[in-house]
Design a protein around this ligand. Structure first.
Ligand code: HQG
Length: 182
């Protein structure tokens, strides 16, 4: 199977495991897990045939490690990025001193007025890797990297979590913790 086809299936999995499970009639449990057999059956009925082997390949090779299979091999979930209500039960952890957020220059005036908001997702997404921030920002237009004073936020009482694929998550980032980098 070619890379574009794998990407297309990965996007379909992101859609149903993060945002719209009802689209193919699957259910996510409180922590976002869904039964693999049911997922594969319902995906097939929805015209997206996926084999167990292919699912495992996508989970193993996803560039951002977007998905995880449970230890017993029976369930799968998205590691982060949900808009549906799930509690991933991620522990609070200490972030590095600085984290980055990639966005587009046209969002800057609004961000510098209200801070970073989580929008449709559960959290604002941050990264420890500047190059990743540039990639994320490029999805929306001319990329801008914001640095976030994560350690200072912790001192001010904010909680950070880190997803299984290394995305840093926080409820919101106030303007006082943001610096525009480029
Ligand atoms: C912007 C990718 C105006 C924010 C990545 C972003 C990430 C504001 C957009 C994951 C704002 C929300 C998430 C404000 C925030 N005014 N604009 N006050 N506050 N924004 O998609 O971080 O490939 O919900 O800058 O790696 O872009 O999907 O968040 O531009 O982890 O696995 O509102 O998506 O991962 O957009 O991306 P999103 P995001 P995947």
């Amino acid at each position: 199977m070619s890379t574009p086809e794998l990407t297309q299936i990965s996007k379909f999995l992101s859609l149903v495991l993060r945002h719209n499970p009802q689209r193919i009639g699957i259910e996510l449990d409180a922590a976002g897990w869904t039964d693999i057999e049911a997922l594969l059956a319902k995906a097939g009925q929805a015209g997206k045939p996926i084999t167990r082997e292919l699912l495992e390949k996508i989970v193993a090779e996803s560039d951002k490690q977007r998905f995880a299979i449970s230890d017993d091999g029976s369930r799968v979930r998205a590691n982060q990025g949900h808009s549906v209500e799930v509690d991933l039960e991620l522990p609070v952890v200490a972030p590095p001193e600085l984290l980055y957020h990639g966005t587009a220059d046209r969002f800057l005036p609004s961000i510098l007025r209200t801070g970073l908001e989580r929008r449709n997702r559960h959290h604002v997404h941050l990264t420890a890797n500047r190059a990743t921030a540039i990639d994320v920002g490029s999805r929306y237009g001319r990329p801008v990297v914001l640095s976030v004073a994560a350690r200072r936020m912790v001192e001010a009482g904010h909680e950070f979590r880190c997803s299984a694929n290394g995305v840093w998550l926080v409820e919101a980032v106030a303007v006082e913790f943001i610096e525009v980098q480029s």
